[in-house]
Design a protein around this ligand. Structure first.
Ligand code: KIV
Ligand code: ZN
Length: 502
């Protein structure tokens, strides 16, 4: 008998966007949606349209853009469901996803509703959603801490009301794998009409068990899993798509299922998502971390050279982490540059290609070889950039261990060059103070991260900053072989993005 295909609902754009500090703009969400579609996600949960106009617009744009399923989340509230439908209805495969909490603690303290009220609200909401949309998913929030008997009752009722998928979230990442698998088995054995619905799971990672719990659920009959790229999501995040998929792929002997994910696109999707969200991938992250396929000890290196399978249970190629043989340098022309980017999976507009090429040439003048990582970084900085209300023209720094740092910064704004100078606690603080003097307002720094794009003394520094403005967090990125320039570029980029959102 052919193996059944497990459905992947990716919620990077909804739960993943709830990662503290992540605030994606429309073009970034569209880029992630396209990556997810190419990766092979069956359904993309694109957002929560009732939450804000920005979420509504993003869900609508994603529904217009991709051909796979697009889900919009809604509470069991008529206004939410209507708004969610307005956002997804033009999609090729729209889905409405309604949820309500079913655990005693949530019902009593958050919803202030009785079991009967929750049950009626769930049924009415599923019926309303079904009157708009043929594909309705229902979630029992905090299912893993709910009374199983109540779960069986509410699930049977929403399936009768028209839910085609019933999702069982481990909302607070509390379950243990054996327990969660038993919960799924119990649902399959005790909900009389469960055969009419797809059983789905949605696991959070508070105890580091999201992938293990999802695997246990699959082994107990879950037919849809909800994941995010890089495990992004509320608090400690959600089940990481790349870890789950490579687990199922590498240890297929443990599963009766297949999946539709093109694993060779995993690495690219993960790296772009990290860039766009500003949440870096830790070096020891399974599958996509920089060390995931690195072998340090002599014994391991010897083993891998003799036979890679001694220490590699999967190949870097299988997740799309390939070593490039085509290296670019300062003599490379526009054609070689365009060919290279195409081979890396980028199809850029003429305009972006033009500006990226100029930046590549200037980098190639400073660096012997320009690596794939350098190119990724350059292209990332040109895609999805906010309109440049302010553009860095020049800066000068005076700094040392016995003097107060001083910076003078010139920004181009409305065809006018604006210059200010300021002191600070170090060169970057001084430069940021000068920038604030030019742009005005309050732009406090929430976080500052710097990393070298590649190894070596001539490596580019990539700075990611988060600033607070107008009650929101805005992420900015800057790239340069000069780390102070990268820092100022990142700060100005965050400010431009802050203005872009208002
Ligand atoms: O974690 C959760 O319970 C959720 C639901 C809304 C599906 O994200
Ligand atoms: Zn969640």
């Amino acid at each position: 008998m052919p193996k059944q295909k497990i459905l992947i609902l990716d919620t990077t754009l909804r739960d993943g966007e709830q990662t503290p500090g992540v605030n994606l703009n429309l073009s970034e969400k569209l880029e992630i949606a396209r990556l997810l579609e190419k990766l092979g996600a069956d359904v993309i949960e694109a957002g929560f349209p009732a939450a804000s106009q920005g979420d509504f617009d993003a869900v609508k744009a994603v529904a217009y853009t991709v051909k796979c399923g697009v889900a919009a989340l809604a509470r069991c509230v008529p206004g939410d469901i209507e708004r969610a439908w307005e956002a997804v209805k033009h999609g090729e495969k729209p889905r409405l996803h309604v949820f309500i909490a079913t655990s005693e603690i949530h019902m009593r303290h958050k919803l202030r509703m009785t079991r009967g009220q929750v049950l009626r609200s769930a049924v009415e909401s599923v019926k309303l959603a079904k009157s708009f949309c043929g594909d309705v998913e229902f979630s029992c929030e905090d299912a893993s801490r709910s009374d199983p008997a109540f779960l069986y009752e509410i699930l049977a009722a929403v399936i009768d009301a028209g839910a085609g998928t019933v999702n069982i979230p481990d909302t607070v990442g509390y379950s243990m794998p054996g327990e969660f698998g038993a919960l799924i088995r119990g649902i399959r054995e005790n909900v009389h009409n469960i055969g009419k619905a797809v059983v789905s799971v949605h696991c959070h990672n508070d105890l580091g068990l999201a992938v293990a719990n999802t695997i246990s659920a699959i082994q107990n009959g879950a037919a849809q899993v909800e994941t995010t790229i890089n495990g992004l999501g509320e608090r400690a995040g959600n089940c990481s798509m790349e870890e789950l998929i490579m687990g199922i792929t590498t240890r297929g002997d443990n599963f009766d299922i297949t999946h539709g994910i093109n694993t060779t696109r995993i690495y690219r999707t993960s790296v772009r998502t990290a860039h766009l969200t500003g949440v870096p991938i830790s070096v020891n992250k399974a599958i996509v971390g920089a060390n995931a396929f690195a072998h340090e000890s002599g014994i391991h290196q010897h083993g891998v050279l003799a036979n890679p399978m001694t220490y590699e249970i999967m190949t870097p190629d299988s997740v799309g982490k390939t070593e490039s043989s085509l290296v670019l340098g300062k003599l490379s022309g526009r054609h070689a540059f365009a060919d290279k980017l195409e081979s890396m999976g980028y199809s850029l507009s003429q305009e972006v290609m033009g500006t990226a090429f100029v930046e590549f040439k200037s980098l190639a003048d400073r660096k012997k070889t320009v690596t794939d990582e350098d190119l990724e970084a350059i292209v990332s900085h040109h895609l999805n950039s906010a309109p440049e209300l302010y553009k860095l023209d020049a800066f000068q720094i005076q700094s040392g261990n016995r003097i107060h740092a001083m910076a003078s910064v010139t920004l181009l704004h409305d065809d006018e060059l604006l210059t200010e100078a300021a002191m600070g606690d170090g060169p970057i603080d001084a430069a940021y103070n000068a920038v604030i003097r030019i742009v005005g307002g309050d732009w406090p720094l929430v976080s500052y991260d710097i990393k070298a794009v590649t190894g070596g003394m001539d490596a580019q520094g990539e700075v990611t900053v988060r600033v607070r403005h107008g009650g929101q967090t805005h992420t900015g990125r800057g790239l340069s072989t000069d780390i102070i320039e990268a820092s100022v570029l990142a700060y100005v980029n965050a400010i431009n993005r802050g203005y872009d959102r208002r």
